[in-house]
Design a protein. Sequence first.
Length: 172
Amino acid sequence: MASYRTIAILTVMASTFLLHSTGVQAQAVVKRIRPDKLPIAGGVWVDNTFYLSGQLASPMNQPTTAGALPSTSGSPSDYGDTKTQSASVLLKIQKLLQGQGLELKDIVKMTIFLAPDPKMGKMDFSGMQSEYLKLFGTKDQPNKPARSAVQVAALAAPWALVEIEVIAVRSK
């Protein structure tokens, strides 16, 4: 004779199998953020998770504009070195997240693409890291996301040295 525990376990397993085999599953709510000028979604919400497309720096003589289409013209001197571009990109990300009701502390994953700095001949990891450390793992904002940083041959804009994409989760 089967014990009550064995019967309970078999009942749960059978119920789980039936739910999955009959296609009864929760549907994710997807919302795409599509700025008019961009050929891609600026970001995508999937339930309480926000996937922000990669962001490039703004020119140093212009304010950082969240969601603005980056220019493919200009020279590296218009955008600055890796440190300067990293500060611009992180500020832009902060503004874009705020527009979605999120903060930097909500970032759970960050991917950083670094192009070689023409003056160094390689990526300037320390320039990017110095700006990152001003915003993450601080007394005011102790959260740190999982993160990858990779060197790439080049980015979409010829002047770009830094592109950062993030995934943020709204706490319940």
